[in-house]
Design a protein around this ligand. Sequence first.
Ligand code: PLP
Ligand SMILES: N[C@@H](CCOP(=O)(O)O)C(=O)O
Length: 481
Amino acid sequence: MKYVSTRGMQDLGSFSDVLLSGLAPDGGLAMPESIPTFTPAQIGAWRGLSYADLAFEVMRPFISDIPEDDLRRLLRATYTEEAFHSEAITPLTPLGDAGPDGGGLFLLELSNGPSLAFKDMAMQFLGQVFEYVLERRDEHLNILGATSGDTGSAAEYAMLGKARVNVFMLSPHGRMSAFQQAQMFSLHDDNIFNIALEGVFDDCQDLVKAVNADAEFKARYDIGAVNSINWARVLAQAVYYFRAYLTLNLPDGQEADFSVPSGNFGNVFAGYLARSMGLPVGQLIVATNENDVLNDFFTGGVYHVRPAEQVAMTSSPSMDIGKASNFERYLYLITGSDAPQTHGWWQDVGEGRPVDLRGTPHWDAVQASGLKSGRSTHTDRLNTIRRVDREHGRLIDPHTADGVLIGERYQRPGVPMICLETALPAKFEETVQEAVGRLPERPARFEGIEGAPKRFEVLPNDVQTLKDFITAKLAGKLATI
Ligand SMILES: Cc1ncc(COP(=O)(O)O)c(C=O)c1O
Ligand SMILES: N[C@@H](CCOP(=O)(O)O)C(=O)O
């Protein structure tokens, strides 16, 4: 399988090339030149496979440059009961009765991995496959990432102690939960560099893109990416949509709906990818918080990014995003892979102009794509956490609550609605306590983590300062070898 850019550049190479490069040289995002599809009967034949073997079936058509035996071995080493604390890896739990019509509400547990958020599902695979590819090529990688709270810890846990990888992780200074900060900043390993940026998540992500746009710097310092701008992230995330669907054991071809708490649009794009591969997904619900640029688009047809100073600080902070990276991949597919059109739109976005699809055939394509949306507020979030706890005896985190609330709104008779659990409540205990008056449980390994010594550096929102920081840290590492 060859990869191309959403902005027109052809031949980005194979899977391993786009894995290491992250962002395409023209600033676009890597996409396979075509999307393989499976029939309902082919998908149905995967019932009963282990998570790792299902991941192999879903991902293999996109990865032609890693021998099949090696890929299967890497996936089996990734998706273990030991790492994800359950044999099912992603258990599917009913919320209430399934109902005689076969519908009902379900929680897809994606957050039982090392960092307690859904990011582990792909990031643990990235840890394995980076090491494999870098060893085969005898190369090193300096990952530059941006996090609003969860990508950072998942990436750092996955890359901890990897000899060929350093991680430089930008986070918005003072905007993550106390637990999220403690998870990242308590890591003192010498391949991890935590940077608290004076700005919001979008500023962090813009800096990542700006550093990647400097081809000379990127090549000299082997800059790579772990955000969902990296194709490998969204590909690995598509697997759990198949897994959830197959766990329901529906007749071949029968639809299921999914509700996805959304910010950077990586998770819901992974669902759209699964749908494009033939998974019978009816509706894909984009659930936002008060930072609702995506809801504005899906309800009104106009995508207008929100400037950093207008991004609100909310109680689902990992979704405090005003500019959704993977939205570019979605619009590219909506146009039938029209790269010049996508490029034009992203030039507009970069210059502060909206993408307005009203009255165009593209808007019809959006409406046929199954994506619908809704937004929720702090009060909605508290009420949903409280109600789900009372009615179903289940504590959920504020992001998952956004997904459950909006998912319920779109439930259809006879069609299961699968709500993605994107983090465990322990990561956001202040809000959970406000909702239910008690603290959520936390795994023993995180007891007292907030008290651990923290190591991070505060930097201004400036690309040259960041490049100087990376250069100095790498020079310092070399000097100590
Ligand atoms: C807990 C949680 N929920 C939801 C999201 C939003 O997911 P995405 O950015 O893939 O839309 C994030 C961040 O990505 C998150 O950390
Ligand atoms: N919510 C994310 C933001 C980055 O998302 P990604 O999926 O593009 O890595 C976070 O927690 O960091």
